[in-house]
Design a protein. Structure first.
Length: 82
């Protein structure tokens, strides 16, 4: 997900929920390519609102979860700077 796509999703998510969803990222870091990974907007507990992701982002998220330990490290929750 590009920074501009994330920003748009973050604004849309925050406007819909009003609960701060999108101020955090759930980051899956690649085990084989330093600095590469996948990030998804989430709440402070790491819950991703799947219904608010695009089809491609949802597929990427489900893939990343399925290959933790094989392709991606255990995800971490990161606070976003606003």
């Amino acid at each position: 997900m590009s920074p501009s796509q994330f920003g748009a999703l973050q604004r849309e998510s925050s406007a819909r929920t009003g609960n701060g969803t999108g101020r955090y990222l759930l980051r899956f870091e690649s085990l084989f390519h330093a600095g590469r990974g996948l990030s998804f907007p989430c709440d402070g507990a790491g819950h991703v609102a799947l219904d608010q992701l695009s089809d491609q982002a949802r597929e990427n998220y489900l893939f990343a979860r399925a290959v933790v330990g094989h392709e991606y490290a255990t995800p971490v929750i990161q606070r976003c700077d606003e």
